[in-house]
Design a protein around this ligand. Structure first.
Ligand code: HEC
Ligand code: HEC
Ligand code: HEC
Ligand code: HEC
Ligand code: HEC
Ligand code: HEC
Ligand code: HEC
Ligand code: HEC
Ligand code: HEC
Ligand code: HEC
Length: 308
């Protein structure tokens, strides 16, 4: 009998140690309690991917359910509400929001990438793009459709995707996240030392373009360093362009002559980027469309001059 009593006392003390706090500190009360005063939020919550234990009560409330994000609710309930008694996102700094969400999501999202992303550095937080309680879209709790979320802050990008030649994002064939990761990317710099622009490049540091344009992937027996080293954006506008093939310039040769002007000591032989031989008569319109002859401009397995 005394042994049993001792055991019960031990269990009680042990549970206190586990909680790591005195019984008077703010406690978890479970999501069911929130229902009385926040019926609108509560009633829709069963559809939320964060719904696990609100009703079932079979899991620790700090894992999912209301208090997983809003923190322990006892003080809030005892005070019959108030923003100061609970973690109210409407009063939180971007950094606090990010910390609250990453408490769980650092398993599926990389903390390091998020912290150094241009979005975090500019004070953009999870709740600027995600709406936990009022998401109108079926996936990922986004505050609006994906492109409307992004266009809300990136108006110039919207106009780029309305140009005559463009990737069909506005038409719904592609999304920003086919090329970007709004949660940040691993590399602090990328390509020729440029900012990574949150361009997704997880697989072997490869450009996202190659997921779809796989014929440009190589490796080729004869690489064009402009493609392999500088990257697709050297010659193409990734979003949209007034020039066909999304080129940065209206005529092909002006793209090429930016580099093929004899400057520098770059390249395989260290003798600079080849200047054109006299045979290339620029006054002759025939020579202005370089890719009419240099057809394998993205790399060739047959010819070092990309002629076939
Ligand atoms: C995944 C984290 C998360 C969970 C889980 C969560 N909330 Fe929220 N809640 C938020 C965020 C973030 C906001 C700020 C508004 C927004 O971004 O949607 C918020 C806002 C609120 C608000 C302010 C009013 C409003 O509607 O915006 C109330 C009240 C609220 N939550 C109650 C609850 C209740 C009750 C539950 C459980 C049924 C719950 N929350 C579960 C993250 C969460
Ligand atoms: C006794 C009623 C009552 C209960 C129970 C209650 N709340 Fe509240 N809650 C309120 C009131 C009233 C406010 C409004 C405070 C204000 O706007 O100043 C509020 C505000 C909030 C806010 C801040 C909203 C904002 O503007 O950002 C959150 C978050 C919240 N409640 C979550 C919860 C959660 C989670 C639970 C369950 C653990 C809960 N509440 C239980 C009455 C209650
Ligand atoms: C700039 C907007 C933006 C911000 C800021 C943002 N997200 Fe996202 N998030 C998105 C978009 C867009 C998707 C959908 C991705 C897709 O369609 O593949 C997404 C998807 C997700 C997903 C589900 C898919 C996945 O990638 O695992 C989770 C979880 C998520 N976000 C959590 C967060 C958290 C936590 C934060 C804050 C640390 C955050 N997000 C900040 C835009 C954003
Ligand atoms: C208590 C842990 C916890 C916290 C805190 C938390 N989440 Fe989640 N989140 C989850 C779980 C669990 C899932 C469901 C994952 C699954 O089903 O694979 C989830 C799923 C998501 C998804 C994916 C939705 C989908 O449709 O796939 C998004 C987006 C998301 N959370 C955003 C957030 C944001 C934003 C915050 C901060 C306001 C946050 N979460 C805070 C645990 C949490
Ligand atoms: C086809 C791939 C692709 C798609 C789709 C795409 N982007 Fe981009 N985006 C890029 C690349 C690549 C860069 C980097 C360009 C560079 O470095 O010159 C970039 C750059 C950017 C920049 C930085 C621009 C600057 O000049 O600083 C923003 C902002 C941006 N994208 C937003 C968006 C938004 C918003 C969407 C969706 C509406 C989107 N992007 C869709 C590939 C894409
Ligand atoms: C709340 C406003 C906001 C939303 C929503 C938003 N962004 Fe941004 N975005 C910013 C700010 C601010 C910057 C930093 C601008 C800068 O540093 O020049 C930025 C920068 C970027 C950059 C350029 C990164 C760089 O290094 O230059 C890309 C790419 C980008 N955002 C993509 C997206 C995509 C994709 C979405 C939608 C999923 C999105 N953004 C939604 C505010 C936003
Ligand atoms: C999600 C798949 C996908 C990704 C990622 C992608 N593209 Fe595209 N791209 C397409 C499709 C499909 C077309 C066909 C044109 C259309 O949609 O109208 C296209 C068209 C093009 C064209 C014009 C071709 C023509 O014949 O007019 C160029 C150039 C191009 N993409 C370059 C890029 C570059 C550079 C990137 C990376 C920044 C990229 N693409 C990423 C799917 C993709
Ligand atoms: C040195 C400049 C340059 C670079 C770098 C470059 N391209 Fe191109 N690309 C061109 C030119 C010029 C054309 C137009 C060819 C024509 O009209 O015959 C073109 C055409 C295309 C086309 C449409 C025609 C076709 O061949 O399918 C796609 C798609 C394309 N490029 C994708 C890419 C991708 C993906 C990358 C990066 C891996 C890339 N380009 C890098 C110059 C370049
Ligand atoms: C970003 C700079 C850049 C651009 C733009 C560029 N190239 Fe190149 N190109 C190079 C470099 C670097 C080499 C390699 C030179 C070497 O290895 O000595 C090269 C090699 C070549 C070669 C093979 C001859 C040689 O010297 O190895 C041809 C042909 C060529 N480029 C044609 C073109 C054409 C046509 C265009 C326009 C569609 C173009 N290039 C655009 C940088 C560029
Ligand atoms: C009518 C076909 C044709 C056109 C158009 C053409 N080339 Fe060439 N190119 C060749 C041939 C053939 C060679 C190899 C023999 C030579 O050097 O003349 C060559 C060689 C080259 C070389 C290697 C160095 C050299 O000059 O021998 C470069 C670089 C080059 N071309 C770039 C260009 C650029 C840039 C354009 C557009 C302004 C262009 N080519 C237009 C046929 C063409």
């Amino acid at each position: 009998m005394r042994a049993l009593l001792f055991w019960v006392i031990c269990q009680f003390l042990f549970s206190l140690t586990l909680a790591g706090q005195s019984p008077t500190a703010n406690q978890y009360v479970g999501g069911e309690v929130c229902r009385k005063c926040h019926p609108n939020v509560w009633l829709n919550f069963y559809k939320n991917p964060h719904y696990k234990s609100v009703a079932a009560g079979n899991q620790a409330p700090e894992k999912t359910g209301c208090e997983g994000c809003h923190g322990p609710g006892q003080a809030h309930v005892q005070a019959s509400g108030g923003k100061a008694t609970i973690r109210a996102f409407s009063t939180m700094e971007p950094k606090q929001v990010i910390d609250a969400c990453l408490a769980c999501h650092s398993k599926d999202l990389s903390k390091a990438n998020i912290r150094r992303s241009s979005h975090t550095l500019a004070g953009v937080a999870c709740s600027d793009c995600h709406s936990i309680h009022r998401s109108p879209v079926p996936k990922f709790l986004l505050a609006k459709t994906q492109r409307d979320v992004c266009y809300g802050c990136h108006a110039t990008v919207r106009s780029q995707f309305s140009m005559p030649f463009k990737h069909r994002v506005n038409e719904g064939f592609m999304e920003c996240t086919d090329c970007h990761n709004p949660h940040g990317v691993p590399a602090p710099t990328w390509r020729m030392g440029a900012r990574p622009r949150m361009v997704e490049h997880a697989l072997a540091n490869e450009e996202p373009c190659l997921k779809c344009h796989s014929d440009k992937r190589g490796p080729f027996a004869f690489e064009h360093p402009a493609v392999r080293v500088d990257g697709c954006e050297t010659c193409h506008n990734p979003h949209g362009s007034t020039n066909s093939k999304l080129l940065r310039r209206p005529v092909v040769f002006t793209v090429c002559l930016e580099c093929h002007n004899g400057a520098g000591n770059f390249g395989r032989q260290g003798d600079g980027i080849q200047i054109l031989s006299a045979a290339h008569n620029m006054a002759d319109p025939r020579y202005q469309n370089c890719t009419a002859c240099h057809v394998r401009i993205h790399g060739s397995n047959a010819d070092p001059l990309f002629l076939r």
